[in-house]
Write a protein that binds this ligand. Structure first.
Ligand code: GLU
Length: 417
């Protein structure tokens, strides 16, 4: 029997409770942090191409803004639930705090299957959803960004809808925009690049090198594919890659760029020549030095964790490891780079994009990448230092840093009225 997948918000609360205990958090502040500040549910009626009206459900959850405006992506996926969005918004809060950027945390989602929708339908759905959240977003309020199955074009529609409603162009209302609309160079590759920098730091800590290190990537979307390309540039060897329909494996090495080209052409990783087919589960359990879950929550369950052979796990996805699986990986001495650190490159460059928009600046890609490198390696070192000091896993250490800073902000702000 396959294991039941935990509710992501319950997992997020379990993690928070562990950090709260370690930090000896004030129970009042702990209570504040166990609930999102605001939950918005929006009905999104859309005129479909066949003339009929279909009503979707969308969410925006604003978890906490003690450290700055809410920040977080919008996900389009058939399995979106309110509890998933709540969990993702809590993780965004800790993530921005670990990265030490002046944002709180939020997340949005629409229950839909974008793969079965036309561009026109996606545009109308995005614009209608934006009208529903227009009053609660803005450069100083809440700044959305891309997430699973949303991209720069979706951000452009949000930007246009919001700006039309306000009667003035407001580029800073979203990040991950097209470059032509004030997007930042380096934003599209930032999540993968940040995860690669973290992996490089983890290898240093473990006294090994990325040269020739074998790695497997589950999920070949924006985060996973860019991670593969960049880690390959750093000298590591991609041996397995997958997407939602399955994966491919070749112990002698795959060529990340060619796998990506194949996926862009056929829509699938499977079918890539010169490799054997594997399931997603087989990929996670494959013999390799570095494993990168870059798809969705709950990929690594307790049963799978027992069979993970990688020495380093880089969580490019949000919430890919269940709390039970976490314990197993920890017992097995796997060096896990937790999501709120490993995938923070995306929101770090979102922050750089927002700063450029507010200051009317435009930085080169090299400048952006080096700022990202500095910011994420500092975050890595902070978390690793906390892990050594408190003798806890990297997961618990990251939560202690992230939750600790938010708690301190709440304490200093005080409660009013
Ligand atoms: N969706 C990304 C994440 O989960 C990026 C969020 C952002 O840039 O605001 O971190």
């Amino acid at each position: 029997m396959s294991e039941a997948k935990p509710n992501p918000f319950e997992s997020a609360l379990k993690q928070l409770d562990i950090a709260a205990e370690r930090l000896k958090l004030d129970p009042g502040i702990h209570g504040i942090l166990r609930q999102p500040k605001r939950i918005v549910t929006i009905s999104v009626p859309v005129r479909m191409d066949n003339g009929q009206t279909k009503t979707f459900t969308g969410f925006r959850v604003q978890y906490n803004d003690a450290r700055g405006p809410y920040k977080g992506g919008i996900r389009y996926h058939p399995n979106v639930t309110l509890d998933e969005v709540k969990a993702l918004s809590a993780w965004m809060t800790w993530k921005c705090s670990v990265a030490d950027i002046p944002f709180g945390g939020a997340k949005g989602g629409i229950i839909c299957d974008p793969k079965k929708m036309s561009q026109g339908e996606l545009e109308r759905m995005t614009r209608r959803y934006t009208t529903g959240i227009a009053d609660i977003i803005g450069p100083d309020r809440d700044v959305p960004a891309p997430d699973v199955y949303t991209n720069a074009q979706v951000m452009a529609w949000i930007l246009d809808t919001y700006s039309q409603l306000k009667g003035v162009m407001v580029p800073g209302v979203v990040t991950g925009k097209p470059i032509s609309l004030g997007g930042s160079l380096g934003r599209d590759t930032a999540t993968g690049r940040g995860a690669a920098f973290c992996t490089r730091e983890a290898a240093k800590v473990k006294g090994t090198t990325l040269k020739g290190a074998t790695f497997a990537v589950q999920g070949f979307g924006n985060a996973g594919a860019n991670y593969a390309l960049i880690l390959e540039e750093m000298g590591a060897k991609l041996i397995a890659a997958s997407d939602s329909k399955g994966g491919v494996l070749n112990r002698r090495g795959l060529d990340a760029k060619k796998v990506l080209q194949h996926k862009e052409k056929s829509g699938l990783v499977v079918g890539y020549s010169g490799a054997e087919e594997v399931t997603n589960e087989e990929l996670l359990e494959t013999e390799c030095e570095i494993l990168c879950p870059a798809a969705l929550e709950n990929a690594i369950t307790k049963d799978i964790a027992r069979k993970v052979k990688a020495k380093i796990v880089t969580e490019a996805a949000n919430g890919p490891t269940t709390p039970e699986a976490d314990k197993v990986l920890d017992q097995n001495k796997v060096f896990l780079i937790p999501d709120i650190l490993a995938n923070s490159g995306g929101v770090i460059v979102s922050y750089l994009e927002w700063v450029q928009n507010l200051d009317r600046l435009s930085w080169s890609e090299e400048e952006v990448n080096s700022k990202l490198e500095r910011k994420i390696t500092t975050a890595f070192k902070g978390v690793h230092g906390q892990s050594a000091e408190s003798a806890v896993s990297m997961r618990t250490a990251a939560l202690m840093v992230g939750v600790g800073r938010v708690a301190e902000a709440i304490r200093t702000l005080g409660l009013w009225p």
